[in-house]
Design a protein around this ligand. Structure first.
Ligand SMILES: [Zn+2]
Length: 427
């Protein structure tokens, strides 16, 4: 799908040693088989021939090659039809493994997944943005080592490592240029990974990866234009157009959280004022609650935090909302409204057919969605919303959307260029 990934990060260019147009056609056909099995497996060789338009002999030969790479496996027999039952093929879950990590503003999350995108191991821990950058990076390296040990035990190849960060990432060099909420600048993240791994490496913006994760493995694969919004400490976004991340001309697009919504508004960590993020992030929600309480309103959150409102977190807020706490409900209503107001503008500007809402604030979706969808319905142009207002879905992977996106980007590379496995990556 996105060939530029391969170009930017391939560490094994020798794997493209086949030359000439025939070889190129074979590479393309191998990818076609992989894509069909990813989307439609398990299927028989005959069905693959039917679906791809390739002749049966070619399909058998391609399948044989992929079986030798360990990327496919034969599984059971088809009971459909009246003829001889056919052997079914699917992507081999143990064909290889992926490690995907996310540096958040206040957490590190890491998973190890197999080739079926099943999470085999996960770890998430809180960090403080006030911690030294090197301390956080050292902790990340320890966790990456732990994941790599697990892959070693599995004895399968490590097919890719992805790392996401909450800021602007130069994908060519794998450098995190600027993370406003961490106040990090020019961190050479790919170099860090290269000290540990000899396999395809990806460094990406977290919301971009989350958007891809929701698209690639989710029920959204039929979407023409998926808009992903991630609300946490900050507000991030990603756009997937026809299966490919749309990053904009310079590669730093989709920073929807920094659209100016109020020129006289609160200062934002990016240096601007009144960004959308200052109205609808987790910090904005907590700020509203604290302000209401300090203005004399009573809330059960005072008791739930032991009187220390610095201890506020989203699960506590959800608990207070479920208990019907008026201060919490009104703060959530306001955040939901402003989310909807921004989204209505994005619907008008981008015309998405699917909106997916993720990030830690999506835990409070039950309380945010009514106001959010009401604003979209009211404000989006009637021609764009059609008879059906743009549908907002909650991220299928929730807080794992980003790390699943990391798995997606690694998986996508192998599906598109399966022959790189021949070069023995990650063995
Ligand atoms: Zn901003």
């Amino acid at each position: 799908m996105d060939g530029s990934y391969g170009k930017a990060v391939m560490l094994h260019p020798q794997s493209f040693r086949r030359t000439g147009s025939q070889a190129l056609v074979r590479e393309i056909n191998l990818a076609t088989i992989m894509r069909h099995l990813h989307l439609h497996g398990p299927v028989s060789r005959a069905s693959l021939a039917e679906m791809t338009g390739l002749n049966k002999t070619t399909v058998s030969s391609l399948v044989q090659e992929l079986l030798e790479y360990g990327l496919l496996r034969e599984t059971g027999l088809s009971t459909r039809g009246t003829g001889r039952p056919a052997v079914l093929l699917e992507l081999n879950p143990d064909g290889g493994y992926f490690i995907s990590a996310e540096i958040g503003v206040d957490f590190i999350s890491i998973i190890c997944a197999n080739f079926a995108a099943t999470i085999l191991w996960r770890h998430r821990e809180n960090i403080s943005p006030r911690q030294e950058q090197q301390t956080i990076l050292n902790r990340l390296l320890d966790l990456l080592d732990e994941a790599a040990n697990l892959v070693r035990q599995k004895k399968g190849p490590l097919l890719g490592v992805a790392l996401a960060a909450p800021g602007l990432v130069d994908r060519q060099t794998g450098t995190l240029l600027f993370a406003p909420n961490l106040k990090w600048r020019d961190v050479p993240l790919r170099e860090l990974l290269q000290t540990r791994f000899d396999c395809p490496l990806f460094v990406e913006n977290e919301a971009n990866l989350a958007a891809l994760g929701e698209y690639y493995f989710g029920p959204e694969t039929g979407s023409r234009k998926l808009l992903y919004i991630s609300a946490g400490v900050g507000l991030g976004g990603g756009l997937v157009q026809d299966g490919q991340l749309d990053r904009g001309a310079s590669g730093f697009g989709s920073e929807f959280g920094h659209m100016t919504m109020d020129p006289e508004g609160e200062p934002c960590n990016c240096g601007n004022r009144g960004c959308w993020e200052t109205q609808v992030s987790q910090s904005a929600l907590f700020r509203d609650i604290r302000q209401a309480i300090s203005a004399g309103q009573t809330s059960i959150l005072t008791r739930m935090t032991g009187g220390n409102l610095d201890r506020l977190n989203v699960p506590l807020v959800v608990e207070a909302a479920r208990a019907g706490d008026p201060v919490t409900l009104s703060a959530l209503h306001r955040v939901g409204r402003y989310l909807g107001i921004g989204l209505a503008s994005l619907v008008n500007a981008l015309d998405p057919d699917r909106i997916v809402f993720g990030g830690i604030l999506s835990l409070a979706a039950d309380f945010l969605l009514p106001a959010m969808t009401a604003e979209i319905r009211q404000r989006a142009l009637p021609y764009l919303r059609g008879s059906q207002p743009a549908q907002v879905a909650i991220a299928r992977y929730g807080v794992d959307a980003c790390v699943m996106g990391g798995v997606a980007v690694c998986h996508q590379l192998i599906v598109n260029q399966p022959a790189i496995v021949e070069a023995g990556i990650g063995d």
